[in-house]
Design a protein. Structure first.
Length: 278
């Protein structure tokens, strides 16, 4: 049936007890439910455009919109994505505001399937390993920076926040749709994997004996696996030494205790790109 016709016939949901509203709330607010159902809530025109630009041939999507939203904007979206099977959910304005994750929302969002996530073997180019990154803004910025630097693979430990939560999606600005994510129980499991033994593994430390990232003997022209620890604790020095990781530090003013982990990731990745461009 024509999507424009379905849009016009969609009735307005007014109750919080509606089964579709409850389902939507669980997708947005429950990490466990989101991963079980493999469904994402993407809100806002820019992020939705990024999804369709990078995810080819998406399957059925659910379009959720505020009853007061200008229908012309919705029709424009439908014209740009013609041929996709779309289900519509129209919410009373106060209901939509409750589920919205954006202060000045455009009044609509979509529910889509997860981008394909690889949990086993994947092609090993450069790799980012994140251990215990908990701040959604930091993780989103790391994902965005990694995508900008051409990184394809990110591995995360259980202590790291969900890369597909609404807050991380917004901070990532669509970088999630360019990255292959894999999930592991802890850093020890990752460092035992065969793929890792074939790469130069680099750790950034807050303490310990580390080499200046910009020292001439630091060679980043070969495949690198970068390991970044949590915002507060960083990486265990014992683990770094035991696994013979190359420990690096980003030089900065002694008046500042440490760099934000997302900033450190950006500096390291673009120093790697700089060396390879020479």
């Amino acid at each position: 049936m024509n999507n424009f016709f379905l849009l016009q016939k969609t009735h307005i949901i007014c109750s919080k007890q509606n089964s579709q509203v409850k389902e939507l709330q669980k997708i947005i607010f429950s990490n466990k439910y989101r991963h079980t159902k493999k469904l994402l809530w993407i809100e806002g025109k820019k992020l939705c455009e990024s999804y369709f630009q990078n995810i080819k041939n998406p399957k059925k999507i659910t379009f959720v919109f505020d009853a007061s939203t200008n229908k012309d904007n919705i029709r424009m979206f439908l014209k740009e994505n013609i041929g996709i099977d779309i289900n519509f959910i129209c919410l009373k304005s106060d209901l939509f505001r409750e589920i919205s994750q954006i202060e000045n929302s455009s009044g609509w969002g979509i529910i889509v399937q997860f981008p394909k996530i690889q949990t086993k073997r994947m092609s090993m180019d450069d790799l980012i390993i994140l251990d215990g990154i908990q701040d959604p803004g930091n993780l989103g910025n790391i994902i965005r920076t990694s995508a900008a630097a051409g990184i394809v693979n990110i591995w995360l430990t259980n202590g790291t926040t969900d890369p597909f939560s609404p807050k991380v999606l917004r901070a990532g600005s669509g970088g999630q749709f360019l990255i292959k994510f894999s999930f592991f129980s802890d850093l020890k499991e990752i460092l035992k994997r065969h793929e890792i033994t074939q790469m130069q593994v680099l750790a950034t430390e807050l303490k310990g004996e580390s080499i200046n990232l910009f020292h001439k003997k630091v060679d980043l022209r070969h495949k690198c696996a970068w390991v970044f620890g949590s915002e507060g604790m960083g990486l265990s020095q014992e683990l770094v030494k035991k696994n013979k990781l190359l420990s690096l530090k980003v030089p900065h003013s002694k008046k500042i205790d440490s760099l934000n982990v997302a900033s450190a990731v950006a500096i390291c990745l673009f120093e790697m790109k700089r060396q390879r461009s020479m």
